[in-house]
Design a protein around this ligand. Structure first.
Ligand code: PRP
Ligand code: URA
Length: 209
């Protein structure tokens, strides 16, 4: 079964509270999402493999460690996932970035795919799929379907806020995909919004309505 990891670092939780706040404007919202994405990237990269190298310090030669050069890919689900990309790239600048365009039909809540562009070697990369919200789970499930259809084998999903319904749907559909979240909220409302959530992530990031 997939693991669900909640990143409860105090800085992440503090910033998430301001992200949720209805009085937080677009500029600050965007900055906070960027900062939380960096902090979450720090946590999610904790297990990256290291290898030993020799380094010459001003004092003497020593054995020390560097990243073993695992190939990473960041895949934002458009639109709102874009808000998390730069924050992750701050820590892993060599990662490739692929995009999956999906929107949730407001009437059916079903995801509609409109764009896919991935690194050509997607099957060899360790992928971090990102989206601020896991609500019904439809978008994330479809994004993973889309990645697997194109050969991806190693996928993790990272989001800010998840609803229990989305976590359950995602773990049933893709038991091989671990989920990394900053908060697990109470439920979905009748329109498929996460309660208490943060509202519409895309609209708050980009100042649309
Ligand atoms: C939001 C969000 C997720 C999706 C989550 O995107 O960013 O992609 O809804 O809902 P689900 O788990 O029920 O599928 P939205 O469809 O509003 O598109 P946008 O990012 O373009 O605003
Ligand atoms: N998408 C959002 O942006 N917010 C929600 O609460 C649910 C889906």
């Amino acid at each position: 079964m997939p693991k669900v990891h909640v990143f409860d670092h105090p800085l992440i939780q503090h910033k998430l509270t301001h992200i949720r706040d209805v009085n937080t404007g677009t500029k600050e919202f965007r900055e906070l999402v960027d900062e939380v994405a960096t902090l979450m990237a720090y946590e999610i990269t904790r297990e990256l493999p290291l290898m030993e190298v020799e380094v010459e310090t001003p004092v003497k030669k020593a054995n020390s460690k560097v990243l073993a050069g695992k190939k990473l890919g960041i895949i934002p689900i458009l639109r709102a996932g874009i808000g998390m990309v730069d924050g992750i790239l701050n820590l892993i600048p060599a990662a490739r970035v692929g995009h999956i365009g999906l929107y949730r039909d407001p009437a059916t809540l079903q995801p509609v795919e409109y764009y896919v562009k991935l690194p050509s070697d997607v099957s060899e990369r360790e992928l971090i799929l990102v989206d601020p919200m896991l609500a019904t789970g439809g978008s994330a499930i479809e994004a993973v379907n889309s990645l697997k259809k194109r050969g991806a084998k190693n996928i993790r999903f990272m989001c800010l806020i998840a609803a229990p319904e989305g976590v359950q749907a995602m773990t049933e559909a893709h038991p091989d995909v671990d989920i990394y979240i900053a908060a697990l909220d109470e439920k979905l409302d009748e329109k498929g919004y996460i309660v208490p959530g943060l509202g519409d992530a895309g609209d708050r990031l980009f100042g649309t309505k």
